[in-house]
Design a protein around this ligand. Structure first.
Ligand code: 5GP
Length: 141
């Protein structure tokens, strides 16, 4: 399947849709997932378009995972988490729902299970507070 530039994350990258951004550099943007699977769930999205990992240019992957590491450390610090889950889905059979490559970064707490994927919408004001905590942790790195 070809990349379709009308997907939600392409629109967020073009600022046609709002997002609670926590980090950006030349290669990626990172913003709060609106249906978080846990407190502080962030999506890291490369600027270079691809449908998912399977069709991505290899040059995209290094900077993407450098940013994933940066955000993972920031969310762990921001929420005093016990661990961080990193997930990436490819094609519908795997659970992918938005067809622009992205990586999920989710703080984890001992004994707290993940909420369902693409489950309930979080209140924008809660996402805003969590985003600010992550930005603050990133500034301290
Ligand atoms: P996928 O299943 O493609 O790996 O994950 C897509 C993710 O995007 C889901 O976790 C879902 O909650 C999130 N999502 C869907 N629509 C939007 C949106 O409009 N804005 C943001 N920030 N996240 C979204």
């Amino acid at each position: 399947m070809a990349y379709d530039s009308t997907n939600i994350f392409a629109k967020i990258l073009r600022d046609e849709l709002p997002s609670q951004r926590v980090y950006e550099d030349d290669a990626v943007i990172a913003f709060m997932d609106v249906m978080p699977q846990g407190t502080g769930h962030v999506l890291v999205v490369p600027r270079t378009p691809s449908r998912n990992l399977l069709d991505a240019d290899q040059a995209t992957l290094g900077p993407l995972f450098a940013a994933v590491q940066k955000v993972a450390n920031a969310v762990k610090k921001a929420f005093n988490a016990d661990g961080v889950t990193v997930i990436q889905f490819n094609e519908p059979a795997s659970g992918q729902t938005v067809y622009h490559l992205h990586v999920h970064v989710i703080p984890r707490f001992d004994g707290v299970p993940l909420k369902p994927h693409s489950g309930q919408m979080e209140k924008p004001e809660v996402l805003a507070v969590n985003a600010e905590k992550i930005r603050a942790a990133l500034h301290q790195q």
